[in-house]
Structures are given as C-alpha cells and as structure tokens.
Design a protein around this ligand. Structure first.
Ligand SMILES: Cc1ncc(COP(=O)(O)O)c(C=O)c1O
Length: 391
C-alpha cells in the first residue's frame, strides 16, 4: 500500500510556478503541454553560471518553439542545428550564421551547401564521405570531429554508437580536413542524454586530450575547440546530481587535462534547459483490469508514445506524474489512447496511482518541456499532434 502515490510537486517546481502553470491549464482541452518560459530563463542563467567559460549552443531539437528560440537568441545563445528545417526556423528569427553549428553528422551534400550559403561555417563530422562533402560544399569551413564515448549504460537516452568515430579515425579525419582545405577546428562528443554518471565527461575529455596532443606533436595541427555536447540532467524520477555538481566536476576534469589555458569550449544543452519548464496535461480515458483477480489496473490516458511521450520507449525516461487525487495508491500499467499495443508507456516500472483516480481525471506529467512536442506524430490513429502553450 502506498499512501502518497503522487510525485511531490515541490521536488520539481516552486509552488508559485506550478500554480501559474496549473491555473493556465485549467479548463483547456487535453492533451497539451504548457511551457513556462521564466523557468527556461532561470535555467539558462544557471547554466551560464555553471559553465562561465563555455559558449552555449542550444540543441534546437529539444524544443524549437519560436518563443524559446527568441528568448535564447536575445540572451546571446548560439544554436546547434540538425537540419535545414531547423536552420530556416532559427534564421527566420534573425539569428546569423556565425551563431550556428551544423551538429548533425548525417547530412546531404545539398544541405551542407545551403548552410554554407546562409553563412554557417562550423560543421560536425564523423566520417570521410561527409568530410569530403563538407570540403566541396562548404570550402574553408571549420570542422570538428565527433568521437565515440562510453557511458551508454548510465545515460537514460544513450546517443553513442550511431554517432562518432574512434580516436584514431578522428585524427585521420582532422588531418584529411586540413589537406582538403578545411580548418581542423576541434573535437566533439555527446556522453548520452540524461547522463547520470559525471565520470562519462572525464573519460571523453581524456580521449580529446590525446587527440589534441598527438595532432600537435605528430602533425603540427593545433586544435582550438572542444564541444562537450549535451547530456546534462533534467529532473525526472531517477535521481541525478544537481547541475552545479556536474559543472564543478566537469570544470575540474577540464583543468586536469588542459590546465588554465582552456581551448574554446562549447556545450549543447537541450533537455537540461527545457524539460523542467514543461508540464504535460492529459486526461484519463479508461481504467480497467484484465481479469477479476488482476492485481493492477490499466490506466489509459489521452496522451501516449505517439503524441509526445516517445521517450518512454523501453521505459527510458520516467516522467514524474501528479494527479489531484490523494490517498492510497496501487500499481498501474499506464498506456496511451491509440490502437497500437506498442503504445504502453510504463508496464515494468509500475507507477502507483491513487486508487480513487477516475475516468476524466487529469494527469500532470512533470518535466516534459523537452523532446515531447517535436516527437509527436502527425496523425497516428487520427490523433492530432500534441498542442503546446507558452506562458
Ligand atoms: C549533437 C547534439 N547535441 C546536443 C544534444 C542535446 O542533448 P541533451 O538534450 O542531452 O542536452 C543532442 C541530442 O540529441 C545532440 O544530438
């Protein structure tokens, strides 16, 4: 028996912020996500305070809403862009090419050309074919090579494997970049999104250091930049350290490897900036049991894997859930509204929802500002994409 089955709001929002969000949400038809831009503002300041030596390139994929992009533009942020579509969006708001990095290692030659024509001169790569495309379509640009990292097991949403290359290949590519008339500018990595093990940055920076030293000694190439990617934590059910602890530790790793004279440092936060600014509000559609003696209920809600909660895939991200009902809880399976049996958010990790939760009640999914709106399907089972509001 669980007498306090709801997430504790105070762990995620100030009372004032949650009230602001909830007041706004009351009466609006579900499902939707409300994003509190004041929270993003505060989290951006925290990030800058924690990483005063770094340039922030916001990972636009986390949430490309114009309200967020405009705010970050005005605060002086740069942007990590994944596609020409994101490029158009960001440039449409007046951001110039010198504040943009084309961070996707998988891109068409014609898209590289578009970025170049629009003034972008900073490109990520991790393969020879892509590098040769960059040399042709964006001559003379700065390139940084993304390396593979460990940390897959401690990141809730791992990214390595698909992206990055081994250290030796990274060095080969940086030498080739020089030979192709590009500027071999630096090295990047992403330790995995929602990375709970801070040591993952240490291991990655050790590899970067080897590349910096060897290229200088053996090839006379002086790299100028380290892009430490994203991976900083949002606040979900599974605990992480505070951002300040990450910042302190990572500063120590950098000093240990590079001394006081740091190269240019870039970070690309997405989740850590945006997640905790959002609350997704859904409604319970149906509650059932699968047999007369079943020990748990199935709670079906009007939001699911295909309408913003895809990061529940493999139950990777465990969003805190709050309802207005209190009292005794009972373990539930939580599933979405579509006719697809993959549309189950949590089955192994059983959330204890209040026993008196009823059809029509609202569920508040906390820390859902990032990677929800954009992941939402266009028309699966006829359901429209997730609505979003910005306050
Ligand atoms: C290249 C790159 N940078 C930054 C990010 C943002 O990472 P996070 O949301 O963990 O901060 C991502 C996420 O996929 C990415 O692919």
């Amino acid at each position: 028996m669980n007498l306090n089955p709801n997430a504790d709001i105070a762990d995620y929002y100030s009372a004032e912020t949650f009230k602001r969000i909830k007041d706004f949400a009351d009466g609006k038809e579900t499902p939707f996500v409300v994003i509190d831009t004041q929270t993003i503002d505060r989290q951006y300041e925290e990030l800058v305070e924690g990483f005063p030596y770094a340039k922030v390139y916001y990972a636009v994929k986390a949430n490309p809403a114009p309200q967020i992009l405009t705010m970050l533009r005005d605060k002086g942020a740069c942007f990590d862009i994944a596609s020409v579509y994101e490029l158009d969006k960001v440039m449409g708001l007046g951001v110039t090419g010198d504040r943009i990095s084309y961070g996707n290692t998988i891109k068409k030659a014609k898209d590289i050309r578009t970025f170049y024509e629009k003034g972008v001169r900073l490109f990520a790569t991790d393969s020879e074919a892509d590098l040769r495309n960059i040399a042709k379509a964006a001559p003379g640009s700065k390139v940084y090579v993304r390396i593979l990292t460990e940390g897959t097991l401690t990141a809730d949403w791992p990214l390595s494997r698909k992206f990055g290359c081994q250290t030796d290949m990274a060095m080969d590519l940086l030498i080739l970049a020089r030979d192709l008339g590009l500027v071999p500018y630096g090295v990047s990595f992403h330790v995995g999104s929602q990375q709970r093990e801070i040591g993952a940055w240490d291991a990655a920076l050790n590899k970067v250091k080897v590349i910096f030293e060897r290229l200088k000694e053996e090839d006379g190439i002086e790299l100028k930049m380290i892009n430490m990617g994203g991976g900083f934590p949002a606040n979900y059910i599974t605990r992480t350290n505070e951002l300040a602890v990450y910042a302190e530790e990572i500063a120590r790793f950098l000093r240990e490897d590079f001394g006081d004279d740091l190269p240019e440092i870039i970070i690309e936060p997405g989740r850590s900036l945006i997640s905790n600014a959002g609350v997704l509000v859904s409604e319970v559609v149906l509650i059932s049991r699968k047999s007369r003696t079943a020990l748990h209920r199935w709670v079906f809600t009007d939001v699911g894997k295909f309408s913003g909660l895809i990061e529940t895939l493999d139950e990777s991200i465990k969003f805190p859930i709050w309802t207005e009902k209190t009292g005794e809880g009972e373990d539930c399976v939580i599933a979405g509204p579509t006719c697809d049996s993959a549309d189950i958010m949590y089955e192994h990790h059983k959330y204890p929802l209040p026993l008196n939760l009823a059809i029509g009640d609202r569920m508040y999914w906390l820390s859902t500002g990032a990677y929800t709106t954009t992941y939402s399907a266009v028309e699966f089972n006829g359901f429209p994409p997730l609505k979003d509001y910005y306050i």
